[in-house]
Design a protein around this ligand. Structure first.
Ligand code: ADP
Ligand code: MG
Length: 621
């Protein structure tokens, strides 16, 4: 490459020579501010939606209650965010486009208590480095406002102007000087979708703020300020704005406070699943975050309640002392780090499971029961993880506390989290206790306050046996009925290997058995509530079932054994039930932690309301 042939230089060489340091021996130089800003901007502004997000966050940090966004060409020509927030003084406006200028932190210690979206002081300078920015701002009570025109490096030109209270930031020709970025903008519909997604997320975290988007002159979106006394009402209304739900009742409120964090928001009923990800929202202290691990906690709470390959929808807000989270991980990747991530996982999973277990998971159930007032002492129980049943044995104090209602032997929805009366009061209350019928030797029918309930006897019984088995497996023991004649049973090699492994667990379930030389087992007793039958086939069938669940559903350990035994021992269709048995079935079902579905997620109950009957019979109310 030639270095000194003057006008003959190629473009690239000109650039290069312009940067050659003055001193011999010095290759390090300090970048001009404009270049540094441009490079830094790449971190903050990846596409128009990132600029929208930053500007709207500034508006929210400024306490705005109304935010409007104007777009042209999906943001590539124009992005303008207008807010009615606190505005800036002339002195502040003069420097707000500079790099590392912020009003939100003063020292490193403030990083531990951040309650604002911003704190890096990089957004406005980054945006100004890659676009033409004009900012107008005025504080309430100030005579005049201030206009700042960005120039990409320093504060830009500043003039007093008459303007309304609040701030308006206009961003034109984004990436005009970063051709690589501008060229790779996706088609307008895609960029617009990204913008909408960002606004949706911010609007959910701020239901009391109104949001409006005008795109190429058309109103694209308008969310009114949701001002309710109850925060959760405002949130559910806003979620309704954002998601188009088939049935808003399909949202179940979540509310739980521990000493470490509090969880609130809404989760979708299992019927309201999605075929793809995209309607899962997780917030930490009001900030939207992506957190695979914690999302997994929520997904896993839905295990067996929804089909494989589907995703539940949720909008969950975690609120936690900022000292326990580090939000400083990446400016745009929306990452957070908790000081006790496993603890958060376990609380989240437990709370979601509990909510699902106690909400009426019957299609068209009327009104979900919010869970309130239950206190978990998190610190004492960090290591416990919830295993899906309400046992008194030793599932850990977390779940014991969660399932208090069940432990005392009183069905949870009767004592009712929050004490609300529900449909099922009358099932227990006895007034209609005798109204029980069996249909086709397979379904039990009973009357409730608002209609008719149909219970699938096998699914219900499986649920009951499953929870019992899990309880026994976790340290309790199942009652055993001794066989009149102990039997020696021979197994083939592979079954025997499996069986040997399962011996301790089978014992806790109530099997009285031991290894008896070679590949034989001596069986002396079986679980007391096992439907009588040939003992040999009982064990065989459990092993068959166990292998099946292992292969097909990838279940393992206790989960698998509990399901196998429940499947094997449950009453099947075709079995006539006595009145007492029907009574016991329904009573025990409602003592379960998750009464509304079988262990593999089939419904146990279908409800037909009087309203629906009326409608079907064409009766006017
Ligand atoms: P950060 O938000 O991280 O502080 P920004 O570059 O986004 O950094 O903004 C710099 C500063 O400009 C903010 O700290 C705030 O004081 C001020 N500011 C930006 N936008 C607004 C706005 N819409 N209303 C009032 N002040 C604003
Ligand atoms: Mg900011």
């Amino acid at each position: 490459m030639s270095t000194n042939n003057g006008s003959g230089l190629l473009e690239v060489e000109k650039e290069f020579t312009a940067r050659v340091p003055v001193d011999e021996g010095q290759v390090i130089w300090q970048m001009p501010v404009a270049l540094a800003n441009k490079i830094a901007a790449g971190e903050v502004v990846q596409r128009p939606a990132s600029a929208v997000k930053e500007l709207m966050e500034n508006a929210l940090d400024a306490g705005a209650t109304e935010i409007a966004l104007y777009l042209k060409s999906a943001g590539s020509e124009l992005i303008q965010v207008v807010d009615n927030g606190c505005g800036m003084s002339l002195q502040d406006a003069r420097i707000c486009l500079n790099r590392h200028t912020t009003s939100k932190i003063r020292g490193i210690e403030d990083l531990d208590s951040i309650r604002t979206f911003g704190f890096r002081g990089e957004a406005l300078s980054s945006i100004a480095a890659i676009s033409n920015v004009v900012l107008r701002t005025k504080r309430v009570g100030d005579e005049m406002g201030t206009e700042v025109i960005g120039d990409g490096s320093t504060g830009g030109s500043v003039t007093p102007v008459g303007t309304t209270d609040g701030t308006s930031v206009t961003v034109r020709n984004i990436f005009y000087n970063v051709p690589a970025r501008r060229k790779f903008l996706k088609k307008p519909a895609t960029e617009l979708k990204h913008i909408l997604d960002s606004v949706h997320v911010l609007s959910m975290a701020n239901p009391s703020v109104s949001f409006r988007i005008v795109s190429d002159g058309n109103e694209l979106m308008k969310f009114h300020a949701r001002l309710f006394d109850e925060k959760s009402d405002a949130l559910s209304a806003r979620i309704g704005d954002v998601l188009s739900l088939k049935n808003p009742r399909n949202l179940i409120p979540v509310q739980e406070t521990t000493s470490y964090l509090s969880v609130s928001g809404f989760i979708g009923r299992p019927e309201e699943v999605r075929r793809s990800r995209g309607q899962q929202y997780l917030f930490v202290n009001g900030r939207s975050v992506r957190h695979r691990y914690l999302e997994h906690a929520i997904f896993s709470a839905y295990e067996y309640l929804i089909p494989d390959g589907t995703y539940p929808l949720f909008a969950i807000f975690l609120s936690i002392d900022p000292r326990h989270v580090d939000v400083n991980v990446h400016p745009t990747k929306a990452e957070v780090k908790f000081d006790d991530e496993r603890g958060v996982y376990s609380i989240l999973r437990t709370v979601v499971r509990k909510t699902l277990g106690m909400a009426e998971m019957i299609p068209d159930a009327s009104g979900a029961i919010p869970l309130q007032g239950l206190k978990l002492d998190f610190k004492a129980n960090q290591k416990e993880s919830f295993s899906g049943y309400g046992s008194g044995q030793s599932p850990g104090q977390v779940s014991e506390q969660l399932y208090n209602g069940h432990l005392s032997g009183v069905p949870s929805r009767a004592t009712g989290a929050g004490g609300e009366a529900t449909d099922f009061d009358s099932v227990e209350s006895g007034s209609s206790a005798d109204l029980l019928w069996q249909l086709h030797d397979a379904y039990v029918l009973t009357q409730i306050r608002t209609g008719l309930v149909i219970v699938d006897q096998q699914a219900a019984h499986e649920r009951i046996l499953y929870e019992k088995a899990l309880e026994s497996l976790s340290g309790g023991f199942g009652l055993s009925q001794q066989l009149l004649f102990p039997r020696t049973l021979e197994f083939d090699a592979s079954d025997f290997v499996l069986l040997k492994e399962l011996i301790p667990d089978l014992r806790s379930l109530g099997f009285d058995l031991e290894q008896f030389g070679g590949r034989s087992i001596m069986l002396r007793g079986v679980p007391a509530d096992m439907v009588a039958g040939d003992e040999r086939s009982v064990l065989d069938e459990i092993i068959e079932q166990y292998k099946h669940f292992e292969d097909v559903d990838h279940l393992s350990g206790h989960e698998n054994l509990a399901r196998s035994i429940a499947r094997k021992s449950s009453v099947k269709p075709g079995k006539k039930l006595s009145h007492q048995e029907m009574r016991a079935l329904i009573d025990q079902l409602f003592l379960c932690s998750t009464p509304y579905s079988s262990p593999d997620g089939r419904p146990t109950i279908v409800k037909l309301s009087v309203d629906e009957l009326r409608e079907r019979f064409n009766q006017k109310l």
